[in-house]
Every structure is written in C-alpha cells, then in structure tokens.
Design a protein around this ligand. Structure first.
Ligand code: AMP
Length: 197
C-alpha cells in the first residue's frame, strides 16, 4: 500500500463503496488522524490499542472496519459485533453513529443499557441484530438469563476503557471478554493509558 499521508482519502482506505458514500453524505471530507492510522490495520484483522479522546473521530475509527466485514444476511439475536461502553448516554450515541454509517449496508444496531425496560431489549434482540452497543452490567444480565449469547462475537470493542475502570466495570469486562469467541478481533480505546488500563 502507498504510504498514508495527510492527503489520504476514505477511498484510499479501501472501504466498501456504501461506507464511502455514507461518509461523504455526512460531509466527512477526509479521515481524522486516528481514523487514518487505525482503519487499515483493523480492516486487516489486527487487534488494536488506541489512545484517543472524545471528539477525535474514534467512533468511526472502530465502527467502519466492523461494518466493512458486516454480513447483512447474517442477522440473529447473537451479534457478531459488540461495542462495550461505560454509560447509557454513550451507548445511545455510539449506536446512533454506527447506525448512520451502516445504514446503506442494512446494518442492524441495538443499544442495550440499564434503565430501559429489559423486555423491550429482549424483543428487539429477537428481531435480530448485527451489532450490539452495550453497558456491561445489563449485557451480562441478558446473557445470564439466556436472552443473548456472546460466542458469535468476532469483533469486540472496549470504548473509553479508563472510564469503564473508574466506574468499577473491570470484572464485568473480563467476564464479557471470556464469553466472546477465542479469536475475536479486539480493540480498546482509552483517553489515557495509565498502567491499570
Ligand atoms: P467521536 O470522537 O467519534 O465522538 O467523533 C466526534 C465528531 O466528529 C462526531 O460528531 C463525528 O460525527 C465527527 N467526525 C468523525 N469523523 C469525522 C471526519 N472524518 N470528518 C469530519 N467529522 C468527523
């Protein structure tokens, strides 16, 4: 591949045409630095640790490679993509962003968080999904009651890892990780990389 420079476009990143079109209709003219650096290795299947604050474009950096591999036909209550986030606000926001990027591909994205009636989330799961964006506690409640299995997850994102640990989610994170496929592609984003992260 040619060296990636500041002139790199989304088309140079070899994204599916539906994704390139979605980005241009959103008015994104070029990838941000985190997108330029993360998207090629993620599309190639590598794991990744990214240091990125909110506002840098990190959501698209992990969402676009996930959508690149999406098989729209393969919709089920057991997702192939899982994005873990620390808060309900972030679950809604990330889910909305992934939905927007993946709309033309037919991507089904479901946010799952505590505070919303669980029955509604169970109904939505039973209609089938590709990507779940979840806070760890509610996700594990659904898993333990047999409403969702995580062993089909091929693509696992931990967003805002430092905030997750601040909120006491370390054990839940380890538990979710253990439930996903052995070879799930895993990426973690954090604003800081203190040793505990
Ligand atoms: P994030 O850091 O993922 O929360 O993204 C911050 C904001 O930047 C969001 O409103 C995105 O819609 C927007 N954004 C992400 N990538 C790009 C891009 N390549 N060009 C312009 N805006 C972007």
């Amino acid at each position: 591949m040619d060296e990636l420079t500041e002139n790199t476009t989304f088309a140079d990143l070899a994204l599916r045409p539906e994704l390139v079109e979605a980005l241009s209709s959103l008015g994104y003219e070029e990838p941000t630095p985190i997108q330029r650096e993360s998207i090629p290795p993620l599309i190639a299947g590598q794991d990744l640790l990214g240091q990125a604050a909110t506002g840098t474009g990190k959501t698209a950096a992990f969402a676009l490679p996930m959508l690149q591999h999406l098989d729209a036909e393969n919709r089920s209550k057991n997702p192939t993509g899982l994005i873990l986030v620390p808060t309900r606000e972030l679950a809604m926001q990330v889910s909305e962003a992934v939905h927007k990027y993946g709309r033309a591909l037919g991507a089904r994205v479901l946010p799952i968080y505590g505070g919303q009636p669980i029955g509604r989330q169970i109904d939505a799961l039973s209609r089938g999904t590709h990507v779940v964006v979840a806070t760890p506690g509610r996700l594990l409640d659904l898993q333990k009651s047999g409403q969702i299995r995580l062993d089909k997850v091929q693509y696992l994102v931990v967003d805002e890892a430092d905030r997750m640990l601040d909120l006491g989610f370390a054990e839940d994170l380890a538990e979710v990780h253990a439930l996903t496929k052995d070879r799930a592609q895993t990426m973690m984003f954090s604003a800081t990389f203190a040793p505990r992260v």
